[in-house]
Design a protein around this ligand. Structure first.
Ligand code: 5GP
Ligand code: ZN
Length: 128
């Protein structure tokens, strides 16, 4: 796995021009990219709620965890290892972190492109 900085990106399979995270992944909208590879892009949340608040998205557009059937098997297999690698790269692997994927209405999901929130850098409290 390479974990370089943003490569500018390209419109890959599954690109959705109406989706802000597809456009960030394609390099068409600015973002503070902290890691990327051929399948995923990780970038800082624009409204961070912790010292480390990174969003990790597959380059391919799928709405949520409920639709990962739409991702290739190798992308699904690589997803959580990539999240863990971003945690190491952002320096929170030892101190600890929380990973959240808001999914559907009750979660309050706002951006309809699957994303993992990686939160760390402070004591996060008791929320599940
Ligand atoms: P959700 O509620 O869908 O799980 O979270 C969406 C997250 O995306 C929010 O934390 C919000 O701050 C973040 N966000 C929304 N639009 C943008 C954007 O254009 N750029 C970045 N970097 N983050 C965004
Ligand atoms: Zn998208």
């Amino acid at each position: 796995m390479t974990l370089g900085h943003g490569d500018g990106g390209t419109r890959g399979a599954g690109y959705n021009a109406d989706c802000i995270f597809c456009r960030i992944a394609a390099g068409e909208l600015p973002a503070d990219v902290v890691a990327s590879d051929e399948r995923f892009v990780a970038f800082s949340d624009v409204h961070p709620v912790a010292p480390v608040h990174v969003l990790i998205v597959p380059r391919a557009h799928v709405v949520s965890l409920d639709e990962t059937d739409g991702l290739p098997d190798d992308t699904r297999a690589a997803m959580l290892p990539f999240v863990a690698a971003v945690a190491r790269k952002t320096g929170v692997a030892r101190s600890g972190y929380r990973v959240i994927a808001n999914t559907g209405p009750d979660s309050g999901q706002e951006v309809m492109h699957l994303h993992w929130h990686l939160l760390g850098g402070r004591r996060l409290g008791g929320m599940a």
